[in-house]
Design a protein around this ligand. Structure first.
Ligand code: ADP
Ligand code: MG
Length: 228
């Protein structure tokens, strides 16, 4: 029996632009089970990032419910959401979003400060995940001393550090050349093979082909949802 990690029902998200209300997500229903590897696709402006931000608890829906790992996060207030984000979610951005002038080790260890771990625990775990992503030789480097692919590896390590229930990645290879993109996709494949649930947004069919399920959005609705 597969176990639901994410259940969203009739999620809508409106934005207010001046006097105009834009309905970006128009009623999304979706279940994602533990251990799935999902690619989210669709044209620019179809609502992929809006949906990912809701899944990642960076944003809340205008209406509808979102159950993550048995908890109704759509009803939560800011402090509770921040805790869920820190403990349950690893988010990887297209633009890496690392702290400058901060070593790879300290970037990766940061979410563990919020989670209340000691410095010894943080350093040990950060070293472990940096080794997992192949950066054991780059732990003391700052982002500007690393290549794009290495920066994204640091961001992936940071996403993994608190053992989240889900890894979300919004166009993680969007700023990388094609050779580096293949390497980063291989890394997501390994992370999934280690038992993680992964959802990633991509524009590229060959990147999506790594996933086991492809969900296509169009105009704020799910257009298709196919499993291999
Ligand atoms: P995608 O990631 O699929 O390219 P987005 O989810 O970023 O699409 O955006 C979908 C639509 O929602 C776009 O038309 C965008 O302009 C609009 N939108 C997204 N965020 C906001 C916001 N904070 N305020 C107003 N409109 C927004
Ligand atoms: Mg987007």
């Amino acid at each position: 029996m597969s176990e639901a990690l994410i259940t969203i029902s009739d999620i809508k998200r409106d934005f207010q632009l001046g006097n105009e209300t834009i309905n970006v997500l128009k009623g999304i229903d979706l279940q994602i089970d533990k251990g799935e590897y999902v690619a989210l696709m669709g044209p620019s402006g179809s609502g992929k990032s809006t949906l990912m931000n809701i899944l990642g608890c960076l944003d809340t829906p205008t209406s509808g419910s979102y159950i993550l790992n048995g908890k109704d996060v759509s009803q939560m207030v800011d402090d509770e959401l921040a805790e869920i984000r820190n403990k349950e979610i690893g988010f990887v951005f297209q633009t890496f979003n690392l702290l400058p002038r901060t070593t790879a080790l300290d970037n990766v260890a940061l979410p563990m400060i919020y989670a209340g771990y000691s410095k010894t625990e943080r350093n040990a775990r950060a070293k472990e995940v940096l080794t997992q992503v192949g950066l054991q030789d780059r732990m003391d480097h700052q982002p500007n001393q690393l290549s794009g692919g290495q920066r994204q590896r640091v961001a992936v390590a940071r996403a993994l550090v608190n053992h989240p229930s889900i890894i979300l990645a919004d166009e993680p290879t969007g700023n990388l050349d094609s050779k580096t993109s293949v390497e980063i996709m291989k890394l997501f494949g390994e992370i999934h093979a280690n038992g993680n649930t992964v959802i990633l947004v991509t524009h590229e069919e060959d990147i999506a082909a790594h996933a086991h399920r492809i969900i296509r959005l169009r105009d704020g609705l799910i257009e298709s949802d196919s499993k291999k």
